[in-house]
Design a protein around this ligand. Structure first.
Ligand code: ADP
Ligand code: ZN
Ligand code: ZN
Length: 716
């Protein structure tokens, strides 16, 4: 008699034991099974087998084994279990959010077939066909002269029906793939000495666990380092996984990998369930050699993974912000360690915890300080805007700079991290401000299309013509968003195209594509946008970057806000002067004496980071202590607070801050509260959270939802 322990897709902290019917072999860990659960039957996943039935318990029997062989291999199961424990998330919920949605259903996993190839039959001439699609496909195969992959035919619009028909008529036949070209296309240039050192270090690390931090300024050729390290990995018959931020998954990024390696599979949230399952299976079977994916790709199984790359490792999108709150960057480190393979973390602005790990010798720190070729690093300057009149957010010195860069035939980029027209809409007579009725926040004024919108819950209202409280008109818009600065520069530079790039304009893929095309043509233009401009794009004709308001980020109560703001500024600055023209970066500020801004301008990101790390150390904040947030939301404030108090009662030996209202204290009608737990290290924090889950994991707090966020990315 054998017993299996099964994870079920429910937010429950335990595994459930089932007996295996005597007639079958006990399913191995990683196998999907159907099990009776309460009054239902669920699809679950076997996590362990145990030899004996626990004494004195009557176990249910599992209903069906879905996979003939485990769907999840041992290393992925191990990674998910580790993550569920580390992030203190219920095991079943963790398992089922880490695998493709399609696997939560009864689909069969089929073995992956090698890609089929076709060629025209030499003796097939005699019987041409009248069907046009078939004739066109035949033509394509005849012209090719050699084996054509079925995927290429499909890309050309010839589906399996057309191919099958031609095969039946004896006009084409299946054949062996052409011999794999000896090596991937090589780089069109020789690596710089710094690149070569990083490439050598990555190559030398293949076959063992090592984390390499590729700390390279924007445009210094980090991607080339990844490509060459991947090339060697593939030559050894191993696969490579590249994690990139959500926003960086541009066609340009993919093209670079595809040009080099012929094919790269993709895994991200924009795919259909079927496509995701396909990519997942291709990697698992070893058929896909390179996978490029966003956060969730860290859980994709590989037949023989040899290298992991995390590009822009500092990026917030690697941390899942709800449900299973894992960090794909940190799990990449764990996965590399478990598999004894190297990990490359690349960025121009390392996260402070990454820098700290490098300082402590846990990571190998490699620097790329120069841009290859003639490209020069940008010059950064502060514009003291105290007392200067601002015209829709733009000071006269910045306006003059824009004019001179445009006159020289270049482009300018203005960065403002707020979409909409204006963040505050108020009555100057009675003080009324437009506020969201469901959140504790103001409504943002939008002009195109007009309306008041809540950026937290999506609430929409028509634009009031006069004050709802005292009927005074006109109401006043205070503060700047992208739409307003767009309007301002359009007025100041009426003959130059102004292109706005934020979440409102990029919802339309057509608008975005036409904007990017216009920018690529290189004629004088002004780009205005949010952080969407900071990543993934190359704007070789941009020689001036203006940061309209740097202060908001540095003044935020979130202790991580200065770090994130500095990263954003440096990333945006990196868009300037990527080709042969040196760039200038102008930062407008009301606080030109701020030590953080000063450090950033004087010594660049590393100077800023050193200053900020010293402050974090003095304040006992991460990365010098381990932090978790307990979050709760509910319709009644008292109960929400009480839930958090109960959860931490009995926890000793670590610092407990709160409960307090969250920075956004109410969202979509729910009060939001949080308690911060600060421990000397991750082990101590982990023990405290274990205790909390043991005591309260299955407790119910009426009307309140609570969750744990280990290593939170932000405090909101
Ligand atoms: P990063 O990823 O660090 O931002 P990229 O890899 O995108 O930098 O490189 C920036 C540009 O420099 C790219 O156009 C790339 O083709 C080019 N480049 C990279 N390495 C070299 C080199 N050794 N010599 C000349 N050009 C290079
Ligand atoms: Zn009023
Ligand atoms: Zn709202």
């Amino acid at each position: 008699m054998s017993v299996v322990r099964v994870a079920v897709p429910r937010p429950l902290w335990t595994l459930f034991d089932y007996r295996t019917p005597d007639t079958i072999d006990p399913p191995l860990p990683g196998t999907r099974v159907r099990v009776p659960f309460g009054t239902q039957t669920l699809i679950g996943l076997v996590v362990e087998s145990v030899a004996d039935e626990p004494a004195g318990v009557e176990l249910k029997t599992l209903s069906e084994v879905l996979d003939p062989a485990p769907a999840l291999q041992a290393d992925i199961l191990g990674l998910i279990r580790w993550a569920a424990e580390y992030y203190h998330h219920p095991i079943g919920a963790a398992v089922f959010s880490a695998i493709p949605v399609a696997l939560r259903k009864r689909v069969q996993l089929r073995p992956i077939e090698p890609p089929r190839h076709w060629r025209a039959r030499a003796d097939g001439e005699a019987k041409p066909t009248r069907a046009q699609r078939q004739m066109a496909a035949l033509e394509m195969l005849r012209n090719a002269g050699s084996a054509v992959p079925e995927r290429t035919l499909a890309d050309a619009g010839f589906d399996a029906r057309v191919i099958r028909a031609l095969e039946r008529k004896g006009l084409i036949e299946r054949c062996e793939p052409p011999p794999r070209s000896a090596a991937p296309a090589s780089a069109p240039f020789a690596p710089t000495a710094e690149q070569q050192r990083a490439i050598d270090a990555a190559r030398a690390a293949l076959g063992r666990f090592e984390t390499l931090l590729i700390d390279g300024v924007t445009g210094s050729g980090k991607t080339e380092v990844y490509l060459q390290a991947i090339e060697t990995t593939l030559e050894r018959g191993l696969q490579a996984l590249v994690l990139i931020p959500e926003i960086a998954l541009t066609p340009q990024t993919l093209d670079r990998f595809r040009q080099r390696f012929g094919h790269a599979a993709m895994y991200h949230s924009g795919l259909t369930e079927r496509e995701r399952l396909d990519a997942w299976q291709q990697c698992r079977a070893g058929a896909a050699r390179v996978l490029i994916g966003t956060r969730s790709a860290i859980f994709v199984p590989f037949a023989s993974l040899g290298l992991i790359v995390v590009d822009e490792e500092h990026d917030g999108s690697f941390k899942q912000q709800d449900g299973f709150r894992y960090s794909a960057r940190d799990l990449a480190i764990k996965r590399a360690q478990m598999l004894a393979i190297p990990l490359l973390l690349g960025t121009a602005t390392p996260a402070l915890e990454t820098l700290n790990n490098a300082r402590r010798g846990r990571y190998r720190h490699l620097h790329l300080t120069a841009r290859p070729g003639a490209a020069k690093p940008p010059i950064i300057e502060l514009v003291d805007i105290r007392g200067l009149p601002l015209d829709d957010g733009i000071s006269a010195p910045l306006r003059n700079a824009i004019a001179s860069h445009l006159a020289a035939g270049n482009q300018a980029l203005l960065f403002i991290n707020r979409r909409g027209y204006s963040p505050t809409y108020l009555c100057t007579r009675c003080g009324w401000t437009a506020a969201c009725p469901r959140c504790e926040s103001r409504l943002t004024l939008h002009r195109a299309p007009p309306g008041l919108r809540c950026h937290h819950c999506g609430f929409n209202a028509a634009l009031p013509h006069d004050c709802p409280q005292c009927r005074f008109a006109p109401l006043k818009a205070i503060g700047i968003g992208t739409q307003r600065s767009e309007q301002g520069v359009a007025r100041a530079f009426p003959t130059v195209p102004v292109l706005r790039i934020d979440r409102d304009t990029t919802r339309s893929a057509r608008t975005m594509a036409s904007h990017l095309e216009m920018i690529a043509r290189g004629e004088p233009a002004i780009l205005i946008g949010t952080q969407m401009l900071a990543k993934g794009h190359h704007f070789p004709r941009v020689t001036l970057v203006g940061v309209l308001n740097a202060d908001a980020g540095f003044a935020s109560p979130d202790f991580r806000a200065p770090e994130h703001t500095a990263q954003l500024i440096v990333q945006v600055a990196g868009r300037a002067g990527r080709a042969d023209r040196a760039g200038e970066v102008w930062i407008q500020t009301f606080n030109p004496d701020s030590p953080l801004l000063q450090a950033l301008v004087r010594d660049g990101y590393s100077g800023f980071a050193a200053t900020e790390l010293a402050q974090r150390n003095a304040a006992g904040l991460p990365p010098f202590r381990a932090l978790a947030l307990l979050k709760a939301d509910g319709a009644e404030l008292d109960r929400t607070f009480a839930c958090l108090r109960t959860l931490v009662a009995g926890i000793e030996g670590i610092e407990i801050l709160g409960p307090t209202p969250a920075p956004l204290a109410r969202r979509a009608r729910l009060y939001r509260c949080q308690t911060a737990l600060l421990a000397a290290d991750r082990a101590q924090l982990g023990r405290a959270l274990d205790r909390l889950v043991d005591t309260h994991g299955s407790a119910r707090f009426a009307g309140v939802r609570w969750s744990i966020d280990v290593d939170p990315y932000d405090m909101s």
